[in-house]
Design a binder for this molecule. Structure first.
Ligand code: MN
Length: 285
């Protein structure tokens, strides 16, 4: 099942090239009062809600998904966990290029650990990445993103995939420089999630997922998650050894080699065939 958010906070089910408006199902979520939950209520109840979403989609006339404005697919991610240098060839390219490492010590992920991106940096596929510092280098990083489906703490990798609700494409946009990763990668609009979330049953094996990004029609990154240093399951084990993951938390699994700068006016097309494709514009920040 493919779940999107679009236009004015509408909820949709995507079937083929059409989106079916299922927003009415959200009325069945529990009413909340302060203190508000820090996790995503729909993702938390997704198993229970799936039949309702399917029924609502059956009843709703579809419209072309091309004609809607796609928002981030998860309403309220509590945190965005991200993996640094999690492909060996990307580690090699960062080590080799001062424009990428800026004198920072770059360690293998097992030593570096994970980092967090601000939730305020998130946009959807129809948003525009605004280059905030045009005199510095802003790079694209295409990544497979896992959406956590249930509370996960001290999870073993053997069990980890049962905690995944679904997947989407992520762009971990990055201004290069000497600052901490979480600072450079949390600029407004520097986290793109989309085009929708595909439920986990549609990606049977997250260790064999192709991912690509083109900029202005030229392929810049083209890889497969089999080359991840830590797999999705191992990343969940690693993350939950330190902290609890909650429904709706987003896990960005790292980017392969081929990162390169983008400028206002560029057009990025990120594709994971088992999810879909999203066209994201780069503009002024
Ligand atoms: Mn990244």
């Amino acid at each position: 099942m493919r779940i999107c958010r679009f236009d004015d906070d509408r909820l949709g089910v995507v079937r083929g090239d059409r989106v079916h408006d299922v927003t009415s199902v959200l009325d069945r979520l529990p009413a909340v009062r302060p203190p508000f939950p820090r996790h995503d209520l729909l993702i938390e109840r997704l198993a229970e809600f799936r039949p309702l979403l399917e029924a609502a989609a059956d009843a709703a006339p579809g419209r072309p998904v091309d004609g809607v404005r796609l928002l981030p697919p998860v309403m309220n991610p509590g945190k965005i966990v991200a993996a640094p240098v999690n492909y060996k060839k990307h580690l090699d390219e960062v080590h080799a290029d001062a424009a990428l490492h800026h004198g920072n010590q770059i360690h293998a992920i097992q030593r570096a650990g994970l980092f967090l991106k601000a939730t305020s940096s998130v946009i959807g596929a129809s948003g525009t990445v605004g280059v905030r510092f045009p005199d510095r280098r802003t790079d694209h990083e295409v990544e497979l993103v896992a959406v956590i489906g249930r509370t996960a703490n001290k999870v073993r990798k053997e069990d980890a995939l049962s905690y995944v609700a679904g997947y989407c494409i992520g762009l971990d946009m990055t201004v290069r420089g000497p600052e901490e990763r979480s600072f450079r990668k949390s600029i407004d609009g520097y986290t793109v999630f989309g085009p929708w979330m595909v439920t986990a049953d549609e990606i049977a094996d997250p260790t064999d997922v192709d991912l690509t990004i083109e900029v202005n029609g030229q392929t810049r990154q083209n890889a497969n998650t089999r080359d991840l240093v830590l797999s999705v399951a191992e990343l969940i084990e690693f993350a939950t050894a330190f902290y609890t993951l909650h429904p709706g938390d987003m896990l960005m699994t790292g980017t392969p080699e081929g990162v390169s700068p983008v400028m206002p006016g560029d057009v990025m097309v990120a594709t994971i065939p088992s999810i879909g494709s999203m066209t994201v514009l780069v503009g002024e920040g």
